[in-house]
Design a protein around this ligand. Structure first.
Ligand SMILES: N[C@@H](CCC(=O)N[C@@H](CS)C(=O)NCC(=O)O)C(=O)O
Length: 209
């Protein structure tokens, strides 16, 4: 059994959605912000972040993108990841890491500016720059997505799920959708998947019925 240490609406939603697509049962453990009140959460995740994933062999993983890549490879029959060596593998990894390193980090700077400087006076500037960076990163993504409908063209993958979770945190998601109709279509395709909609709803993520 997998145990997912999570918080509603956080990066754990991507891992939850992948496991839902794979039809794998998981135990969810809600972790309070900063792990406060949790009995030594730092022993599970030394950075005190969610998600963390306990694997059936009792070992632990941190880093949401690594979990998504690992799980998609673990259940190849679900076809959430192009196999190593296949022509789409490079683009798949590129976009997984793009969302993990560029978009996720800009989101964290936007939502937690105080954590990114020792100078409280810097917070407003950090937040403003994070929003500029996010808009640039969505522009880059929209251009690459084109008519899609998925990141890999006609082929749906775990990268689409991961991207949609990160897009859901956009400071103004309606503005992103207004600027990029293809991102809106992509997001809605992911959120409307029968196995993913319940995850979106239980995580209170942006969703049009
Ligand atoms: N690189 C990490 C980042 C994880 C992360 O920053 N998670 C946020 C929530 S989305 C968090 O736990 N922040 C600390 C907190 O909110 O207490 C990953 O991808 O798993």
């Amino acid at each position: 059994m997998f145990t997912l240490y999570m918080r509603s609406g956080s990066g754990s939603a991507a891992v939850e959605a992948i496991l839902a697509e794979c039809g794998v049962a998981i135990q969810l453990v809600d972790v309070p912000r900063d792990g406060q009140g949790f009995d030594n959460y730092l022993a599970i995740n030394p950075r005190g972040e969610v998600p963390s994933l306990r694997l059936p062999d009792n070992s632990l993983m941190t880093e949401s993108a690594a979990m998504v890549i690992y799980l998609a490879d673990l259940y190849p029959q679900v076809r959430l990841a192009p196999a190593a060596g296949s022509p789409l593998r490079a683009a798949y990894l590129r976009w997984m890491l793009y969302f993990a390193s560029a978009v996720y980090m800009a989101d964290l700077r936007y939502f937690y500016p105080a954590r990114h400087s020792v100078d409280p006076a810097a917070e407003a500037g950090i937040k403003a720059k994070a929003e500029i960076d996010l808009n640039r990163d969505f522009d880059i993504f929209a251009k690459a997505l084109g008519q899609g409908p998925y990141i890999l063209g006609e082929v749906f993958s775990a990268a689409d799920i991961y991207a949609a979770v990160l897009i859901s945190w956009a400071p103004d998601i309606e503005a992103v959708f207004a600027r990029h109709q293809n991102i809106k279509r992509h997001y809605e395709l992911v959120a409307a998947r029968p196995k993913i909609t319940p995850v979106w709803k239980s995580n209170s993520m942006f969703f049009h019925d």
